[in-house]
Structures are given as C-alpha cells and as structure tokens.
Design a protein around this ligand. Structure first.
Ligand SMILES: NC(=O)c1ccc[n+]([C@@H]2O[C@H](COP(=O)([O-])OP(=O)(O)OC[C@H]3O[C@@H](n4cnc5c(N)ncnc54)[C@H](O)[C@@H]3O)[C@@H](O)[C@H]2O)c1
Length: 304
C-alpha cells in the first residue's frame, strides 16, 4: 500500500489530488518547475480556484511540502504525473512536460514504485512514450519491477457537487497487477475506482468524454445558426427535449467551445487517427464550428 506520494505538476489537477492524498494520511510531496507556485504553496497561498488558502494550510499541517527539488522523488511508493499537455504551434501534441517528468522519475525510480500518468493525452502515450523513458537507464522493467498505469483526471473546476472524491476514477494498468496496484492506491482517495482492461482504454476514456462534449457543443452551435434563420427558439427546444428521462443529454450553444480541455484534447485523438492514414472528421468539423458560427447571439442574449 502506498504511504508516500510525489505529485509532479501542482496545478488544477495535481493540487486537488495532493489535498485528497493528505487527507487520506499519505506523506505527500509536490514537485513543480515553477518557483512562484512552490513558494506560494509553502506560504499557504493557493493559485487554484478549487482550493482556498485554508485548504493549503490544512495540507501543510498534514505534512505537505512543495518543492522544485527532484530529490523528493527518492524512496516514494507512488508518483503521479499531472503536468500540462498542450498543443504545439502546428496543432500536434506537445508532450515535452510529460517527457521531462518521466526522465526525472527515471533518475530516482526504484523497484516496487507505482507510476501513474494523469495528464490528458492520446492512447499509447503511457505504454509507448513514458514506459521506454522509465525503463531506459534504470534497467527496470515496467509491469515486473515497477507498476505503470494511466488514470484520467475528470476534475471539473468550479463544480461544487462533484469533486475528486465522489467522481468515479478510471484506472488502467500496463498489466493486470499494475491495474490492481493503481486501483488500490486510488481507492484510498476516491469513493469508486473503475478499472479498465488496459492503459489505452483508460487513455481513450478521457478523450471520449471530452470529444463527446466537443462534438455536441458544436452540434448545438450549428443548430443555433439555422434556428435563428427559421425563427425557432433553440433554447426552448432544448429545455423541452431535456425533459426526456433517457437518451438525451442537454448541451447548449455558446461563443465557442471553452474551458481548459475541450478545445485541445480532441486534437490529440484526431492526431493519432491521422497516423492511420485518415481523418477524424467529427472532431475536425466540430473544431470549425465555434464562436464565429454562432450567429444567434445577436438575437438571443443567453447566447452571448
Ligand atoms: N484543468 C482541468 O480542468 C483538467 C481536467 C482534466 C485533465 N486535465 C489535464 O491535466 C493535465 C494538467 O492540467 P492542469 O490544468 O493541472 O495544468 P496547470 O497548468 O494548472 O498545472 C500544471 C503544473 O505543472 C507544472 N509543470 C509544467 N511542466 C512541469 C514539469 N516538467 N515538471 C514539473 N511541473 C511542471 C506547471 O508549473 C503547473 O504548475 C493536462 O494534461 C490537462 O489537460 C486538466
């Protein structure tokens, strides 16, 4: 059972995880490249909306320390990677932060450690990108000498009803033993763990969730345009449709697909689909149906 944990990347994903781990009695260290983030946290100041300074004070009381010093990866039972996965200038996945985190872990990796990637990414990243970095140089073999898993973060910043603990946590390992080790670790932090059959299924689950939202928001934006032309109040239609107790989930038109993840994550999936020699047409089409397409906001203030 993991008793000590290092979280790499102390942002919207890493910090709530650190709080829950502190509350569960783990010895938690946080590693970040930003001096401002580290100094702020050690002074008890939160830079993340979902945690206030009181939460950080509680974490510090429970033994949490933030640092830029990679020696915090020595002799830990579990490491979770929560670093950013943005797009490069050419729209392709930028895994440079994941790469650098994996290289630093490899410098300190010891047998028996559980390594989990939580950053959102394309299927294959944990097994084909992170795994070789961890194995190279250490001589350790993933699935035999250490556990390797992927667990998507489903945090919804600002959501007061669902947080880390009461949102089911999807977990997929390189091997069944890796899945078990990761599930055991997360079961201390969340109410429900949902194991998948493998790494790539867990990686895809996250992209499936966000692509579903991306495509459905784009669908509403397109409907908003022709409903405006037809003189139909789409909002009233959505309110009516959502009274159906099954088979319909309400999405709303708006000034584009916003937030931290939805405009970016589906591109990770379309990038991997392109490697097969064809295109993920739904995602590419949805990507084109954003603010400029949503003409209805001229007529309907709710769509501003
Ligand atoms: N924010 C969300 O709502 C959300 C939800 C689900 C998944 N995610 C995914 O989780 C991942 C992290 O997102 P976030 O919102 O927490 O990002 P964030 O920008 O809030 O925080 C990332 C932190 O990682 C640090 N960092 C960057 N490179 C680093 C490195 N090499 N080593 C150590 N620390 C490093 C940054 O300084 C920053 O403090 C991304 O893959 C994102 O797509 C985000």
């Amino acid at each position: 059972m993991a008793r000590s944990l290092t979280i790499i990347g102390l942002g919207y994903v890493g910090l709530p995880l650190a709080r829950e781990a502190c509350r569960s009695g783990l010895d938690v260290r946080g590693l970040d490249v930003s001096n401002a983030v580290v100094d702020g946290l050690n002074r008890g100041v939160s830079h993340v909306d979902d945690l206030d300074d009181g939460d950080v004070a509680e974490m510090l009381r429970l033994g949490f320390t933030a640092t830029t010093d990679t020696s915090c990866l020595e002799a830990v039972d579990a490491v979770v990677i929560c670093v950013p996965t943005p797009l490069s200038d050419d729209g392709t996945p930028d895994l440079s932060a994941v790469e650098s985190a994996a290289k630093i872990i490899a410098e300190h990796l010891r047998p028996g450690t559980l390594v989990v990637l939580e950053s959102t990414t394309y299927p294959g990243t944990t097994g084909e990108f992170v795994r070789p970095i961890l194995e190279e140089g250490t001589g350790l073999v993933a699935g035999e000498d250490f556990h390797l898993a992927y667990s998507p973060e489903r945090i919804d910043p600002g959501n007061e009803r669902y947080g880390l603990r009461n949102t089911p946590k999807v977990v997929g390992g390189l091997t069944a033993r890796c899945t078990d080790a990761a599930a055991e670790f997360y079961s201390e932090l969340v109410d429900e763990v949902v194991p998948t059959v493998g790494l790539r299924e867990a990686e895809l689950a996250k992209l499936l969730e966000n692509t579903y939202r991306h495509v459905n928001i784009a669908l509403m934006n397109e409907m908003a345009v022709f409903c405006h032309e037809l003189g139909i109040d789409l909002w009233a239609s959505i309110e009516a449709a959502k009274t159906k107790p099954f088979g319909f989930h309400a999405f709303y038109p708006g000034p584009g697909v916003g937030g931290h993840c939805i405009p970016i994550d589906p591109n990770y999936l379309s990038w991997v689909v392109r490697s097969l020699g064809y295109r993920f047409r739904f995602v590419e089409l949805a990507g084109g149906l954003r603010a400029d397409a949503c003409l209805c906001r001229q007529a309907n203030p709710r769509c501003a």
